[in-house]
Design a protein around this ligand. Structure first.
Ligand code: BGC
Length: 272
């Protein structure tokens, strides 16, 4: 039996990835395109990085990529993003709500701006993107490219489960994404829309650079990871591409932790 996934398992499908000009989002965009999907690379700043990711993807000759600017915390930007994507590609089959940021502070020092910024991008952005995705999938109806009417995939975090002192705004958004994801998964499954989350642990990207870019930081971080290595964007992207494909057609409302065991509470291996 051939257990290799087809390299073109997303051929003919159109995808959008928000926050796709860096880190995990860029990895997801590349992986979806390698699997044959056309991809909207959404970004909010640094158009040149989005354009260079599109160039890389377009050189590979699988799915096509286009860059579209939008701030996911703005309703009008998100509506314009979807309108442009649909104008360029005709419709969307896969929407990855990935854009996210951190503005870290201890509670007593956290400003309302830090709180609102993180809630706005990570949580309100996820709502706005998922709402437009569901509107487009139901407007357009079934296509013969997938068993599902559409797929929504959130980039959540281990911090939808693990409390995170010094980062309460961020952890709150990820806990919120979990309830958003499960509530709309329940609501949309009868329409054959699958909604799921991938929950990264510590992945080497710019968002957490100070947690891994010195030897002592990396050693401390690895103590939280039973599997003993820090993740890379491809670890997440492969799972997102699988969640987008018909190979995961019976998965609705799942949170898939991709974290080298971080959610196993490794401190309890020797304590407790
Ligand atoms: C955060 C990272 C952190 C990781 C594990 C992620 O969601 O964005 O900064 O390293 O969780 O704690």
């Amino acid at each position: 039996m051939n257990t290799q996934p087809s390299p073109q398992r997303l051929a003919g499908q159109n995808a959008m990835v928000t926050g796709a000009n860096s880190g995990i989002g860029a990895g997801i965009a590349r992986e979806l395109a390698a699997a044959g999907a056309n991809v909207v690379v959404n970004y909010v700043v640094q158009p040149e990085t989005a354009e260079s990711i599109c160039e890389d993807i377009n050189k590979l000759g699988a799915g096509k990529a286009i860059a579209i600017q939008a701030d996911v915390s703005s309703e009008s930007d998100v509506q314009a993003l979807f309108a442009e994507a649909i104008k360029q590609f005709g419709t969307l089959d896969i929407v990855c709500s990935n854009a996210g940021l951190q503005r870290d502070a201890h509670l007593v020092d956290m400003t309302l701006d830090q709180w609102n910024k993180v809630i706005g991008v990570n949580l309100t952005g996820a709502f706005l993107v998922a709402r437009e995705a569901a509107r487009e999938f139901t407007r357009r109806g079934m296509r013969d490219v997938s068993c599902a009417l559409g797929k929504i995939i959130f980039t959540s975090s281990v911090h939808q489960e693990i409390p995170w002192g010094g980062h309460c705004n961020y952890a709150t958004t990820k806990g919120g994404i979990m309830q958003l994801m499960e509530s709309i998964a329940q609501e949309l499954a009868p329409h054959r829309i699958r909604v799921n989350s991938v929950c990264p642990g510590a992945i080497e990207t710019a968002i957490n650079r100070n947690a891994w870019d010195t030897a002592s930081a990396a050693t401390a971080l690895k103590k939280l990871i039973p599997y003993g290595r820090i993740g890379v964007p491809a670890d997440i992207a492969k799972v997102a591409a699988w969640l987008a494909s018909d190979e995961s057609d019976y998965i609705c409302g799942a949170s898939i932790y991709v974290d080298g065991g971080m959610t196993l509470y490794p401190g309890f291996a020797t304590g407790g």
